[in-house]
Design a protein around this ligand. Structure first.
Ligand code: IMP
Ligand code: MG
Length: 174
């Protein structure tokens, strides 16, 4: 089956929006230092671009999670595959994600990170598919709300491919 990727959000649109979010975060955190927590692998491209556009001091850390399969998946329990290197204690933390879909991963992750005593904890996502939400998640910064379609690029993958596309696209099979 041939695959094509149809552009949903161009590189220019995505970059412009990331600049706007960077400006907003710089204003909201004026006089503070932000600690960006990237959820690998999808959040990596977004976080790097975002970090370059934040003008207050920035530190960064990375973690990787995976959903448990089978029945437990519906409970939203996720397994930490790679944990953070640094403590979150008393830091102004922003979790940076590629996409919020059902909300299961994020609601679990945010609860877990909250227990580590950050001064504040916010969520920034490049994409949001609100129609797919199963568990309510408070998103503080959103790049784009998109329809219920499977998207790739800018960190998002289809079977581990397409993460490197500099735009957001929809995979079409024919
Ligand atoms: P949630 O727990 O359902 O919100 O799942 C979020 C995770 O599912 C994201 O971090 C992505 O890794 C993956 N995901 C959800 N929708 C898409 C998509 O359209 N393209 C690629 N990955 C997706
Ligand atoms: Mg993800």
């Amino acid at each position: 089956m041939a695959e094509r990727v149809k552009i949903l959000l161009s590189e220019e649109e995505v970059n412009k929006r990331i600049s706007e979010i960077g400006e907003q975060i710089s204003k909201d955190y004026a006089g503070k230092q932000v600690h960006l927590v990237c959820v690998l692998k999808g959040g990596a491209f977004f976080m790097c671009e975002l970090a370059k556009r934040i003008t207050v001091p920035v530190s960064m850390d990375f973690m990787s999670v995976s959903s448990y399969g089978g029945d437990t998946k519906s409970s939203g329990v996720v397994k930490i595959v790679k944990d953070l290197d640094e403590s979150l204690k008393d830091k102004d933390v922003i979790v940076v994600e590629d996409i919020v879909d059902s909300g299961r991963t994020l609601s679990y992750l945010l609860e877990l990170l909250e227990q580590r005593g950050p001064k504040s904890l916010s969520l920034c996502t490049l994409l949001d598919k609100p129609d797919r939400r199963v568990i309510d998640v408070k998103v503080d910064y959103t790049g784009f709300q998109i329809p219920d379609e499977f998207v790739v690029g800018y960190g998002l993958d289809y079977d581990q491919r397409y993460r490197n596309l500099p735009y957001i696209g929809v995979v079409e099979l024919d």
